[in-house]
Design a protein around this ligand. Structure first.
Ligand code: NAD
Length: 388
């Protein structure tokens, strides 16, 4: 159970690039990083607009001297300080992640980067090599994976509760962009511009979330080949897709399916993963993350609840309050930020983190690789491609 006692000797001196006023994802980064005293926000280049970024930083109690106009200035100036930053989170539009993460690693900083880590597998592997060479941690915020019931599912599968795994059915299919909302929304406009968003829209923006959850639940499952069909129902979004279906074959004979969409009219998030084994299935929805549906063939379905003694012990360690009290996305992110902090401290000591998992650079690489393979398949006429 988490109760607010310290995880690290001293909070890690931390900064943000992006995540400024009005951004969608900045606040949850700060909330998750600061909640358990693992990090201390001491600097930032919060906004593409330097004045607005400084004003915002000051309102977050950051020293005005350490509210920088851009990330390059921040890394340079902070390196001169005895008490300079040790880690940085990158919460800017996709097209900047590669260059900012690379610059941060070269400045000797641990990084938490938003997904997608970058645009190509080649760039992702380059960042992986750089992080390894510098002994630095790169966390990637596949935040939903921090929900405790994901860990419960991982342990159930590991312990054979479902039997042999046959099918993994995933979707993240919301309806918020059923119309061309980007015409009046800055934070949607860049998402449908390939120069800023990269080679895909919904595959990278939403599809990679349940994909990463499947990697947590099924760490040994490896994609052998896939086939993807993508569409731009709002025509002006082409060549980027607002809907995509991906079918996958894994190397052990299991099969998988991901529906990625932002035009699923009427749906809120619609993010779900169903893992089907030879004996039983489990199903998890991000809109009710404290529950996991467990269906054994021939028996009534059961709803497993977070915080209950019948769960595997690993699914109880991150509870902050007893079962029945709903925990949510902010707690899930905090769980991951705690693991990032522990990994950073361990890396600084030259040690590896213990057996606990977190979305690190491998997850970042895999997300980019999956999108690249999906796009290659879709743009060749929705053909099967060997997974590269
Ligand atoms: P947004 O457009 O709402 O906000 C972007 C912020 O970055 C703004 O404050 C902007 O001023 C700032 N910015 C832009 N360029 C900058 C630069 N060069 N230097 C400093 N600041 C800069 O975007 P968003 O929706 O918050 O998305 C940001 C990133 O987070 C994207 O990569 C997106 O894919 C990701 N995201 C992840 C999740 C998740 O669940 N992990 C959810 C939403 C968004």
């Amino acid at each position: 159970m988490i109760n607010g006692e310290k995880n690290v000797e001293q909070p890690i001196r931390w900064a943000m690039v992006g995540g400024g006023r009005g951004s969608q994802i900045g606040y949850i980064h700060r909330s998750a990083a600061l909640r358990d005293h693992n990090f201390e926000l001491v600097a930032g280049a919060f906004d593409i607009n330097p004045e607005r970024g400084k004003d915002f930083g000051v309102n977050l109690h950051v020293d005005p001297e350490r509210c920088y106009p851009d990330y390059k200035t921040m890394f340079k100036e902070e390196a001169k300080r005895e008490d300079g930053i040790q880690a940085v989170s990158v919460a800017t539009p996709n097209g900047t992640h590669y260059e900012i993460t690379k610059a941060a690693l070269n400045a000797g900083l641990h990084v938490v980067c938003e997904k997608p880590l970058c645009f190509t597998t080649e760039e992702a592997l380059e960042l992986q090599v750089l992080a390894k060479a510098k002994n630095l941690v790169v966390g990637v915020t596949y935040g939903y994976a921090g929900h405790q019931m994901i860990d419960q599912a991982r342990r159930m599968i590991e312990n054979g509760d479902l039997g042999e795994i046959r099918i993994v059915k995933m979707q993240f299919a919301h309806g918020f962009h059923s119309a061309a909302v980007e015409e009046n929304s800055e934070s949607t406009k860049w998402r449908v511009d390939p120069k800023v968003a990269g080679p895909s829209y919904v595959l990278g923006d939403v599809g990679t979330h349940p994909l990463y959850i499947s990697e947590v639940m099924l760490p040994n499952l490896k994609i052998k080949k896939l086939m993807c069909s993508r569409q731009s129902f709002v025509k002006s979004r082409a060549p980027l897709e607002d809907n995509a279906f991906t079918i996958m074959e894994y190397d052990n004979g299991a099969v998988g399916y991901v529906w990625s969409s932002c035009v699923n009219a009427g749906s809120m998030h619609g993010q779900t993963i169903r893992v089907i084994g030879s004996k039983a299935s489990i199903e998890w929805w991000d809109e009710h993350p404290n529950q996991l549906r467990y269906e054994v063939q021939g028996q009534p379905a059961q709803i497993l609840d977070r915080g209950m003694d019948y769960l595997y012990p690993q699914a109880l360690t991150d509870d902050r309050i007893g079962g029945g009290h709903p925990e949510g996305l902010f707690e899930a992110w905090s769980n991951l930020y705690t693991r990032f902090a522990k990994a950073m401290v361990a890396a600084d000591r030259g040690e590896m983190l213990d057996a606990s998992w977190y979305p690190g650079i491998e997850a970042g690489v895999e997300g980019v690789r999956w999108v690249e393979n999906c796009v290659r398949s879709a743009d060749n006429g929705a053909v099967w491609v060997e997974y590269q």
